[in-house]
Design a protein around this ligand. Structure first.
Ligand SMILES: Cc1cc2nc3c(=O)[nH]c(=O)nc-3n(C[C@H](O)[C@H](O)[C@H](O)COP(=O)(O)OP(=O)(O)OC[C@H]3O[C@@H](n4cnc5c(N)ncnc54)[C@H](O)[C@@H]3O)c2cc1C
Ligand SMILES: O=C(O)[C@@H]1CCCC=N1
Length: 390
């Protein structure tokens, strides 16, 4: 039998990806005795938060994401100061999309409504501003000038360090195998039993595996992303050093989902260009999913749009998205157990929100009113969905 710890934590957080780590840090900063449990030995590359870089941007169609990103930028800057490390590099973000399409028009309108510093590029001046990129016929282009790159691995380590420096406890290499809801939630791992007055589940692709212990299943699809790096024909052509921006092509001709890229930086001479969707996988069987349909789409895109890259990926890494039907997050209390809080379904765009999500989930865990409207993120929106069982 496993030994029960005598300690009762104010909060136990399951999952030390960016969302769980930021939540745990916010709790510890608020003087909550907090335990952060992680199934793998840290750092690891088997979830969704590993890798050197992520895009940060305010470029969203929806007002609620823009509002959250205003605060998230401030919290990232605060984290940089607290940790004493650079986490954000401003590069700008080029968005290309069908000029008269609904998505691109909505995006432009939201940028203008929120007065987000944006440069709108006319077709005739495009190549002068953005050399070595072919703008598709009928596409418009804009630049979100404060967008950039987050140093992801570095950020995750920094947040976990800050959490520990506030007295937080991390137990890694401990997989949670059971959850017993109650006024004190009992959490069993493969090596111990812990109690907490509240529980936060931020388990990324494993969210439904854990939620099963609480009688809840969410309509989440886990997909494997082939993270592709492409060699520059002339090293530096698309580099941070040459002020090349991150980019998103909305509704590309080559596929149903967006294609995005980050300037070459982490691997000199290699630029990251990815497809914003992948094939379904079981999170523990990620490496058995070998579908390369997304890479075929990317090869066609790179050939058409980025003529300075060799159109064959030089390095392919793996990562996972946990996707909801509407691609919006789940940030809510459990429908039956109010002291169990869920952060899930970040749908491939959650990293940039890490600090604000940490703040919101910690507010829910402490029984406070969240400081942003969480109605777009409620579990209730899935009520009619076949796979949700409340
Ligand atoms: C290729 C790729 C590119 C992306 N690009 C961007 C981008 O440019 N910008 C952006 O904002 N976002 C981006 N994202 C999305 C972002 O990275 C994710 O939304 C975010 O990392 C999700 O974090 P998480 O903490 O929810 O999940 P995870 O990082 O997966 O963390 C969950 C953790 O829970 C642990 N866990 C699970 N089950 C258990 C258990 N039983 N016991 C203990 N621990 C457990 C897991 O091991 C894992 O460490 C990208 C994602 C990918 C894959
Ligand atoms: O979230 C982001 O900004 C990136 C780029 C666009 C698609 C998904 N992730």
């Amino acid at each position: 039998p496993l030994e029960m710890s005598s300690e009762v934590y104010d909060c136990i957080v399951i999952g030390a990806g960016i969302q769980g780590s930021c939540t745990a840090y916010q709790l510890a900063k608020n003087k909550q005795k907090t335990l952060l449990l992680e199934q793998f030995v840290l750092p690891h590359s088997r979830g969704s938060s590993h890798g050197q870089t992520r895009v940060i941007r305010k470029t969203y169609e929806e007002d609620f994401y823009v509002q959250m990103m205003h605060e998230s930028y401030e919290l990232w800057a605060q984290l940089e100061r607290e940790a004493g490390v650079e986490l954000y590099r401003r590069t700008g973000l080029l968005v290309m999309g069908p000029e008269n399409g609904e998505g691109f028009s909505r995006l432009k309108a939201t940028m203008q409504r929120h007065k987000i510093p944006t440069v709108f590029l006319e077709k005739q001046e495009f190549s002068q501003h953005i050399p070595n990129v072919n703008l598709a016929d009928g596409n418009g282009a804009l630049i979100d000038t404060f967008a950039g790159v987050l140093y992801a691995d570095r950020a995750l380590r920094a947040v976990q360090r800050l959490f520990q420096s506030c007295g937080g406890v991390i137990k890694d290499g401990e997989k949670v195998i059971d959850i017993r809801p109650g006024a004190e939630v009992t959490v069993t791992t493969d090596s111990g039993v812990y109690r907490g007055r509240s529980l936060v589940i931020t388990a990324g692709p494993w969210a439904n595996t854990l939620l099963r212990h609480t009688g809840l299943q969410l309509p989440l699809k886990v997909v494997k992303i082939n993270v592709c790096y492409w060699k520059e024909e002339i090293p530096g052509t698309y580099s941070v050093g040459q002020s090349f921006p991150c980019f998103i092509e909305m509704e590309p001709k080559e596929g149903e989902y967006d294609i995005y890229g980050l300037p070459s930086n982490e691997y000199p001479g290699l630029m990251k260009v990815c497809y914003h969707m992948g094939s379904e996988t079981e999170p523990d069987e990620r490496d058995k999913q070998t579908d390369r349909g997304d890479i075929d789409i990317l090869v066609r895109f790179v050939t058409r749009c980025l003529p300075g890259l060799v159109p064959v990926p030089a390095v392919v890494e793996s990562c996972m998205y946990t996707v909801t039907p509407d691609h919006n997050f789940v940030l809510d209390s459990h429908p039956t157990y109010g002291n169990i809080i869920i952060g899930a379904g970040f749908s491939g765009h959650g990293f940039k929100f890490g600090p604000i999500i940490g703040k919101l989930l910690s507010q829910l865990a402490m029984g406070q009113v969240p400081s942003h409207d969480l109605s777009p993120f409620r579990i209730q929106r899935f009520q009619s969905h076949a796979r949700s069982s409340l």
